[in-house]
Design a protein around this ligand. Sequence first.
Ligand SMILES: [Cu+2]
Length: 247
Amino acid sequence: MHWLPPNGALHGPAFDHLLGLNLAIVFWLFVAAQVLLVLALMRRGAGPNRGGKARRSLLIVDYVVLAGITGLYVWMVASSHRLWAASRESTVCSPGVQVEVTGVQFQWYFRYPGPDGVYGRTTPRLVSAPTGNPLGLDPADAHAADDVVTSILVVPVGRPIDLTLRSQDVIHGFFVPGMRLKQDAIPGMSGHLHFTAETPGNYVILCSQVCGLGHYRMQARLLAMPPGQFDAWLAARERALAAEAKP
Ligand SMILES: [Cu+2]
């Protein structure tokens, strides 16, 4: 659909098709409701209804139409569920890329688990953005030493991405229109979101929940790049981390 932002995700065309289909169904239901309304008004204007015939037409308008619309909505839910569930299963096939997304008033942070593949422990009392530890990484945990924290979400194209969504304070809405992704980040819970980027480029990341006074400026950037370039980028970040850690 021409009025949607350009799509960069593998599941995008299926999502756009479903959106168009749902909008078309709702549009024609609206038109049908208006036609029924006008017909009912015209019949009422034609004079008093007569006994059994009026009851029969009421039965058709009330129950048959109601059953039809209920069936249609059930079908709409069932047909969209597969697409919805595919992006929210709790596991992702290897070699997937793991990234943790954390919403904080009013900023998004992204964490890569590093070569060990395990996210290090975080502790709320260690959270300190001014000293470069916005997620509260615990230095006592060995897994935390190689965790790369960034304010831009860099992903490779063609590889499945497994996002773990978290929030440090209030409910934030992780929203990437160009990747057809939208899922809330809820404090105390970690949700999953899967996708595969297909087109390299820059995509805007927004917050779709009104999360406070600075909500309007809660934006970040998703950068999709070829896999080789992504590996080089991550390796450079790891080297910088190792150099920083050396006394
Ligand atoms: Cu927010």
